[in-house]
Design a protein around this ligand. Sequence first.
Ligand SMILES: Cc1cc2nc3c(=O)[nH]c(=O)nc-3n(C[C@H](O)[C@H](O)[C@H](O)COP(=O)(O)OP(=O)(O)OC[C@H]3O[C@@H](n4cnc5c(N)ncnc54)[C@H](O)[C@@H]3O)c2cc1C
Ligand code: SF4
Ligand code: SF4
Ligand code: SF4
Length: 399
Amino acid sequence: MKEKYINKNVVFDSCTGCGACYSICPVQAITMQEDQEGFLYPVINPDKCVNCHRCEKVCPVLLPPDQPGVPNALFSGYIMDEKYQKQCSSGGVFGRLADKIISNGGIVFGAVFNSGNKKVIHSSNLEYGMDKICRSKYVQSEAFHCYSDIKHLLTETNRKVLFCGCPCQVAGLKQFLGESYENLITIDFVCHGVPSPGVFRDFLAEEEKLEGKKVLDITFREKNAQGKGEEYLYLYLHQKKKEFRSLDHFYYYLFLHNCILRRSCMNCEYPVHHYSDLTLADDWEQNWVDDPLTGVSLIQTNTDIGSQCMREIFDEMEIRQIEMGSRAYIRMPHDYDYKDRNNAFKSYRKDKSLDGLKRFFKQVKFRNEMRKRIIHDLSVMRKRLLKIIAFKKVKTTYQ
Ligand SMILES: Cc1cc2nc3c(=O)[nH]c(=O)nc-3n(C[C@H](O)[C@H](O)[C@H](O)COP(=O)(O)OP(=O)(O)OC[C@H]3O[C@@H](n4cnc5c(N)ncnc54)[C@H](O)[C@@H]3O)c2cc1C
Ligand code: SF4
Ligand code: SF4
Ligand code: SF4
């Protein structure tokens, strides 16, 4: 048996790992297999494949969904109920909408940390509480396991379904479904890119070995006084909580500096094409809420369903509508620097352990800090020089 990929270009350059192809295959000829960088890619078993080409037809990279949403309004705001500030990463809109759907008999699907296999997977509130589903997990999630369940719920019941995931996952779900449903609400977010699940798993396995305890939970965005102004990574082990400052930890640092992101994130088309009803982001530029512990979100409505969702929670929010284009939240791949990515994965593969990657992290961090210091020192020197020149000019004028 010679395994094959759906389409070489899709797989190597732009396959997002959404898994729509895997989920649609009628004969289970596709498996999602981990590559050397630790990301899942679809691989076809030709002995099983019946050449129906359905996998190609649902691939959002080969064939994007019909129409992206048309952004029609932008808001800056947060849910006033403190419960959602504690539970969510940003302004709590996802958490509040999810609770509303659940209390009306609907089902919510989002990303959940699974401590058993050290993965993030998409699951529903039927299996996990909202405290597990909320919050950003900075690792690629396996969203495709729930596509068939969502289709079943939408077609066989009248229940509302809310799905929240990366923009490429929303596109994958929409292609898999093949038609629009009035009882489906989709939320995505402004996406920096997703780090490698393989690196993430190795990091947790190493911690478990070191501590002799299981990692029960992990948070990347916890709002507390310590995290004021910067992010902390917290690991919850049995009877122990470990914390790491984001810029001191190899995994978080390499994520923030684009070194361990999926290849498709380097040419992602989704910053301007959202197939969701609502797009959420952190409003880092806001200047109307003083408390640094209050997460304020940007909320972009892309469809009538998205606008209706916002109308339903308006009274529960501190919120203001802002002009489209008044925030620089749309970041294209070319706005980021990926030059360290290949070397990062080379060092990950070389040692077949995290040692190489950790050494690489130290080098990159040292280089970046030196560069920052040199730029800072040069700017101080320039200012001093300008002052001296100005002083000399004044002196010669009065002599
Ligand atoms: C990988 C990643 C990168 C991001 N990059 C940016 C960015 O560059 N700029 C920006 O402004 N905002 C970014 N965000 C979004 C931001 O962190 C907040 O999630 C968003 O503002 C919504 O906040 P909230 O409080 O309403 O909901 P939250 O409590 O944050 O919940 C959001 C929902 O997102 C989904 N989610 C969480 N992790 C994942 C994951 N790994 N894969 C798929 N879905 C997931 C879950 O279903 C979760 O319930 C990113 C989020 C993720 C997960
Ligand atoms: S062509 Fe059809 S049978 Fe073959 S892998 Fe694709 S979906 Fe499966
Ligand atoms: S459907 Fe998704 S996982 Fe499959 S090839 Fe296309 S982008 Fe990759
Ligand atoms: S950056 Fe683009 S391709 Fe990468 S996870 Fe986000 S939406 Fe998907």
